[in-house]
Design a protein around this ligand. Structure first.
Ligand code: GDP
Ligand code: IMO
Ligand code: MG
Length: 425
């Protein structure tokens, strides 16, 4: 049994939820390791559609153990609601989900600070966050001023929460906005802590036990490589490590526990929020991809920015996470496109870039160098065998693999479980 890390290789929304659901069949444990309720992972099973924000996508496979590792920042109120919604739809969560006691909490004050910062920021400095309090919660963790889920099970946490609330309310007063109701906020948190009590545990210890016992662990990444706080298009990033390294720091399992890394990429590219996006299409083709791909945020409903596949980004993602195989998704969205373009390099001020530059300013000035491929102009969603796909579609996928130096593991041609070709995974 092997342990697999699954990462997003672009700017998020690559279809990680769907691929985790497909791979969960062969796993015993599915563990999230970073991010928070900024994530929106969609899974379609038959006529049912689920969008998960904090709970690992493995929850939809009966019997699989699911873990929220301590690398996440968890909004207790949002998590209680998500668990209730799942249970109401007949998904058993109790007894299957464990939440790391070292995970930091996102309090209502973090959401408030997130929204206020975004509101204040000048147009060019706005990140376009999901306003789920992610950045401020990770900032408090780094400041050593955070509250952890395990704290909610003990006494004394209210003092820390009150301090954070007082600080936030002082800022609100200065900005002339409504303060948060301290008594109500503490009451809500107390109730959420009580509801989460049966789920909170030492996941560092239990995951180590899973590993020792030879159980197969699937690590579910959130966001994508280009949103990684260290390796992404800083400052237009999220506040955690969404690349494969985050799987270790966010669960407490060592690097040698990881046997392979699967990267999820769309057959084109999307991005939500601000920041450079070299292959973005602000034209009819961009709109075509958005409509055909139903590219609207699973968390915020915002229209996603759409563009051609960027092989420079995918190559970089493969390099920094050590991707062993691709899961390529949404090939079907390109079914009607006559000529498909792929960015193979960038140029900027007379220089050619084969890898992603560190500076968001330089990246924003980069122009794509495109290679063109003929489209297949027929439906792929109902094709039942990989070999039966149109030759041009297979040639396009082969090219993506050749340009990025990573073999194909899974190909997805529709949102449902059965619209999936498992080749080497
Ligand atoms: P995640 O955040 O990486 O899990 O991705 P999202 O769930 O935010 O966005 C991916 C969207 O694409 C979801 O609506 C999926 O149902 C859908 N999807 C996944 N794979 C495919 C595919 O191969 N074809 C099509 N048409 N849709 C897909
Ligand atoms: P999944 O897991 C796409 C983006 C936001 C914003 C930036 C920072 O579904 O792929 P944050 O709220 O994290 O401080 O916002 O990151 N972002 C995502 N974009 N998919 C996600 O998650 C995202 N999570 C955050 O739009 O640009
Ligand atoms: Mg998503």
């Amino acid at each position: 049994m092997s342990n697999t890390v699954l990462i997003g290789a672009q700017w998020g929304d690559e279809g990680k939820g769907k691929i985790v659901d497909v791979l969960a069949r062969d796993a015993d444990v599915v563990a999230r390791y970073q991010g928070g309720s900024n994530a929106g992972h969609t899974i379609e099973i038959g006529r049912e559609r689920y969008v998960l924000h904090l709970v690992p996508s493995g929850i939809l496979y009966p019997g699989k153990r699911c873990v929220i590792g301590h690398g996440l920042v968890v909004d207790p109120l949002a998590l209680v609601q998500e668990i209730r919604d799942l249970e109401a739809r007949g998904v058993t969560v109790r007894g299957r989900l464990e939440i790391g006691d070292r995970a930091h909490i996102v309090g209502p004050w973090h959401r408030r600070i997130d929204a206020a910062r975004e509101g204040r920021a000048a147009a060019g400095a706005r990140i376009g966050t999901t306003q789920r309090g992610i950045g401020p919660a990770y900032a408090d963790k780094a400041h050593r001023a955070g509250l952890r889920l395990g704290d909610l099970l003990e006494t004394g946490w209210e003092e820390c929460a009150r301090e954070r609330l007082n600080e936030t309310n002082a800022q609100a007063a200065a900005a002339g906005t409504e303060p948060l109701d301290t008594a109500q906020t503490l009451k809500d948190l107390r109730a959420a802590g009580e509801a989460l009590k049966p789920y909170i545990g030492d996941t560092v210890a239990s995951l180590a036990a899973d590993w020792r016992a030879g159980r197969s662990i699937l690590f579910e990444g959130a966001q994508g490589t280009m949103l990684d706080i260290d390796l992404g298009t800083y400052p237009f990033v999220t506040s955690s490590n969404s690349t494969a390294g985050g799987a270790c720091t966010g669960t407490g399992l060592p690097p040698k526990a990881i046997d392979r890394v699967v990267g999820v990429v769309k057959a084109y590219t999307t991005r939500v929020g601000e920041g450079p996006f070299t292959t973005e299409l602000n034209d009819a083709m961009g709109e075509h991809l958005r409509q055909r791909g139903r590219e609207f945020g699973a968390t915020t409903g915002r229209p996603r920015r759409c563009g051609w596949f960027d092989a420079v980004v995918a190559r970089y993602a493969a390099q920094v996470s050590g991707v062993d195989a691709w899961a390529i998704t949404k090939l079907d969205v390109l079914d009607e496109v006559e000529t498909i373009r792929v960015c193979v390099a960038y140029t900027c001020e007379g220089r050619r870039y084969e890898t992603v530059p560190a500076s968001a300013r330089i990246l924003a000035a980069c122009k794509p160098v495109y290679a063109d491929y003929p489209g297949w102009r027929c439906a792929t969603s109902d094709v039942k065998q990989f070999e039966a796909l149109p030759a041009a579609a297979r040639a396009y996928v082969d090219e993506l693999c050749r340009l990025t130096g990573v073999p194909l593991g899974i190909l997805s041609v529709g949102p449902r479980r059965d619209s999936t070709f498992r080749l080497s995974l």
